[in-house]
Design a protein around this ligand. Structure first.
Ligand code: PHE
Ligand code: ZN
Length: 882
């Protein structure tokens, strides 16, 4: 292979069981800033299911090998081969044996943040997906499960806290030195991607949790010194998660301790290492003065997510990385359900669907589309995607919809029982639901295999004379990369027929199908469903609760949608009805804007928004969602091709202005009525009131009147919490150029010492939809608060610009594309994962109008041509251009 030849992709079909197994791993880690030494003692044996007589091939990456023994005897140099990516024992004895491997790594030079690295001086590790090979030579694959014992040693001064997986065994001073050590033992066999250790100077909060069967668990959350007051909410969320998992899934915790460590430099959100979750501190630290309601909700969800992995991910792990959705989709589903129970279920569903449509639908519609379970990859790090996570969760949700609550729980119980301790596959998972319910899920499994968003077209017809109602359903699935032919899917379409009085009519299907739960089973390319005894013309409410992740098209009139917005018993569809009207208006208004014309805001839409606003029976959090005008990304996705972001922005701004003008008195009244009462609390009800009040503030300011801007200024100055303060700052920054600079400066002055708050300040400026945003972003990269080495800073500034400022990222002169491409090229040498994630912001480039499309393509090609581009970035750029 020539030096720069691209290695072939990894394929699901090529899976082979490991040739060697590892029963126990003893690690002795001596922490040192630039030369940490790791001695790994591996008790290995040939796998009876592997190939006979195999060599031992251990993965490695940026390791320096110091010594190697087999059963205590140093190996001759001819017995093994070391390459940059592997250590191979050529002809090992085919029996149980012990390897001892000594490696040295430099954690301070580890800018990829994979393996052992330092974050603000704290030693920490990140091993998923393939980081353990950056600590020691190992079969770095999730189907090799071993019991780990870890001894960690460090200078006491530098790292008074030493944490590992499992339970603490012993600790003490290293005689005659300034060093100390701790030994941890994890009794549960695990894959190496769940390994973790931490060493540092950290403060902590602790609490006890008593499990359902009365076992006491010591909980600890470790944070940078001085930040313990900000860890309380995470602790509360952790305890609630532990209880919820016992009550809802029968899952009890299985160690004596559970620790969480917050670090400032982290590539992702958080990591579910066994007994030692490591978190991006953004998802742990919160105080009313520094975190918004959305931050609190994210913390709750991510704490729950990582904790829930203890069963779905750790006790049952993945056979290979193609099965990533087995743990991620399922665990996202579980955290969504937890938040739905803890907060408002309808509002949670609305925000989850908005996230899915905003991130996953565009992924599925572009060159990076891939199945929930991909069948090949070049770089697994690039598959921690909205498709694997969010669509993966939708697929689990559909199982629940199809099987009902009890059938779903029976399947889960069987899965947790049958596969405990296994490295499982999607087939294993589905077989549990099939077996527990006596159903065939063969066709359903296509949700894991076929990429793209199914398009479902429904039309309804009432036969007055025959007193029947027919729904004609057509499903199609457009070709996606690598998949030109598609098969029909199983689509559980939850529906209702809403009578003229607003009540649901009884569903009496012609074929006796399972419509009693209101779910139509769509399995064919075209299908008709006939309902009997329908005496009056109903309005169909389709895909209730967003029961299937499809793009729904109907021939419904605006009048019928308005009727649903007012009467549907399904809150999701009440929300969706006005969104549908608004979106179709925005699509038309965008076309008009490109032709130099303007479309007036539809009166009916404005009236419907007004009615929702004034309906005192609705949950304020729901009203806030229902009043939000579809985003520019929503509109771009709906248009789908020849997209002109400026025209979309113009259409949306115009609509917001019109709504503002028409509803000003009502908005002002609701704003006033929801003034804060008492001290800040992050609970869902209080957050909902703030969300509604802030939505009113924002819509009022969209009118641009002096009064509305003065209100925003007062809101900013009077805020006693970050939610209100930052929301008002955003309103001022977007809508009040004359007040913007002073407000931004005041905010920065106040929070300059707080990196997580500075991130909000960076992100906000990157989102201003004005040509000067580009220079501002460039300028901010030079700001002392910014650091290319910190993923949170980079995502806040560059990520927000690329992902949340469509008019400026897609500037017609190409300067926005260039800025992001330059940043990607710059970051790639240091942190390839971060670079690849930023680069994925180009995923919808083909849907742009020709001039912008050409500039995006040129920027991508420039990245592609960079010498020494990482496998991470070249995979994304290759598929994007593909
Ligand atoms: N497994 C983590 C989660 O809970 C995500 C992650 C992946 C974190 C890879 C770090 C590296 O979703
Ligand atoms: Zn996860």
């Amino acid at each position: 292979m020539s030096r720069d030849a691209v290695p072939p992709p990894v394929r699901l079909g090529d899976y082979l069981p490991p040739d060697w197994l590892i029963d126990t791993v003893h690690l002795d880690v001596r922490l040192h800033p630039t030369a940490s030494r790791i001695i790994a003692r591996l008790a290995m044996r040939p796998n009876p299911e592997g190939r006979e007589g195999s060599p031992i091939v251990l993965d490695g990456d940026e390791l320096s090998l110091k010594s190697l023994t087999l059963d205590g005897v140093p190996l001759a140099g001819t017995a093994y081969v070391v390459t940059p990516t592997a250590l191979t024992l050529l002809a090992p004895p085919q029996r149980a044996l012990t390897l001892e491997i000594e490696t040295v790594v430099n954690p301070s030079a580890n800018t990829k943040l994979m393996g052992l690295y330092r974050s603000s001086g704290t030693y920490c590790t990140q091993c998923e997906a393939e980081g353990f090979r950056r600590i020691t030579y190992f079969p770095d694959r999730p189907d090799v499960l071993a019991v780990y014992t870890t001894r960690i040693e460090a200078e006491r001064e530098e790292a008074p806290v030493l944490l590992g997986n499992g339970n603490p065994v012993e600790s003490g001073a290293v005689e005659g030195t300034s060093r100390h050590y701790a030994v941890w033992h994890d009794p549960w066999p695990k894959p190496c991607y769940l390994f973790a250790l931490v060493g540092g100077r950290l403060d902590r909060i602790t609490e006890d949790f008593v499990t359902a069967t009365g076992k006491k668990v010591a909980l600890g959350i470790y944070v940078e010194p001085g930040k313990t007051e900000r860890a309380g909410y995470a602790m509360d969320a952790l305890k609630r998660s532990m209880r919820w998992d016992e009550e809802v899934f029968g899952c009890e915790y299985d160690l004596d301790v559970f620790n969480i460590v917050a670090v400032a430099d982290f590539n992702m959100g958080a990591m579910e290492n066994k007994g030692l979750n490591i978190f991006n501190d953004k998802y742990v630290l919160a105080s009313p003065q520094t975190a918004t309601d959305a931050d609190y909700a994210n913390i709750e969800a991510i704490i729950a997510h990582e904790y829930f992995h203890n069963w779905t991910g750790n006790r049952i792990t993945c056979r290979d990385w193609f099965q990533l959705c087995l743990k991620e989709g399922l665990t996202v589903f579980r955290d969504q359900e937890f938040s739905a129970d803890a907060r408002s279920r309808p509002v949670k569903r609305i925000s989850d669907v908005r996230l899915l449509k905003g991130h996953q639908f565009p992924e599925d519609a572009g060159p990076l589309a891939h199945p929930v379970r991909p069948d090949s990859y070049r770089e697994i790090n690039n598959f921690y995607t909205a498709t694997v996570y969010e669509k993966g969760a939708e697929v689990v949700r559909m199982l629940k919809t199809l099987l009902g609550d009890e059938g779903f729980r029976a399947g889960m119980d069987l899965y947790l029982d049958r596969h405990d301790g296994d490295a499982a596959t999607v087939e294993d998972f589905l077989a549990c639901f099939a077996d527990a319910n006596g159903v065939d899920l063969t066709q359903f499994a296509l949700w894991y295999a076929q990429s793209g968003t199914p398009q479902v077209t429904v039309s309804g017809c009432w036969d007055e004379a025959g007193r029947s109602y027919t729904l004609d359903v057509v499903q199609t699935l457009a070709p996606t990369p690598g998949q030109s032919e598609k098969l029909p899917m199983v689509i559980p379409l939850a529906i209702g027929l809403v009578g003229p009085d607003g009540a649901d009519m009884p569903l009496t299907p012609d074929d006796g199908s399972n419509a009693e739960r209101g779910v139509l089973l769509v399995t064919q390319p075209r299908q008709s469903f006939v309902f009997r005894d329908i005496a009056q013309r109903p309005v169909p409410s389709l895909n209730r609760g967003f029961s299937a992740p499809v793009k729904l098209t109907t021939d419904m009139s605006t009048a019928d949608l308005l009727f649903l917005a007012r009467h549907d018993s399904d809150p999701f569809n009440r929300f969706d009805a006005t969104q549908t009207i608004a979106l179709s208006h925005l699509v038309q208004a965008t076309a008009a804007a490109r032709a130099g014309a303007a479309l007036p805001a539809p009166d009916a839409l404005v009236a419907a928004l007004g009615a929702t606003l004034e309906d005192g029976t609705l949950d304020p959090a729901f009203v806030a969602q229902a009043l939000s005008i579809p985003s520019e990304t929503d509109v771009a996705r709906e248009i789908g091709e020849d997209v002109d972001p400026d025209a979309i922005h113009h259409a949306r701004t115009t609509l917001r202005q019109a709504v503002s003008g028409a509803l000003a008195p009502a908005l002002a009244a609701i704003y006033a009525r929801h003034a804060p009462a008492g001290i800040y609390s992050p609970d869902a009800a209080s957050a909902g009131r703030r969300a509604l009040r802030n939505t009113c503030l924002d819509l009022l300011a969209a009118g641009g009147t002096e009064e509305s801007l003065a209100r925003a200024q007062a809101h900013f100055e009077g805020a006693d919490n970050m939610t209100d303060c930052f929301f008002a700052l955003s309103v001022l920054a977007h809508a009040a150029p004359q007040a913007r600079e002073a407000a931004l400066a005041a905010f920065h002055e106040r929070f300059r010492e707080d990196p997580l708050v500075v991130d909000k300040w960076l992100a906000l400026q990157a989102q201003i939809a004005e040509p000067q945003a580009l220079e501002r972003v460039r300028g901010l990269t030079q700001h002392p608060a910014f650091a290319w080495s910190n993923p949170n800073r980079v995502r806040a500034l560059i990520g927000s610009f690329a992902g949340l400022n469509p008019t400026q990222f897609h500037r017609i002169d190409g300067a926005g594309h260039d800025l992001v491409a330059d940043a990607v090229i710059d970051i790639d040498g240091r942190n390839p994962q971060l670079a690849a994630r930023l680069l994925a912001a180009f995923k919808s480039w083909r849907s742009l109008e020709p001039v912008r499309r050409a500039s995006a393509e040129a920027a991508l090609r420039r990245v592609a041509e960079k010498p020494g581009l990482s496998p991470d970035a070249s995979d994304i750029v290759g598929r994007s251009l593909g």
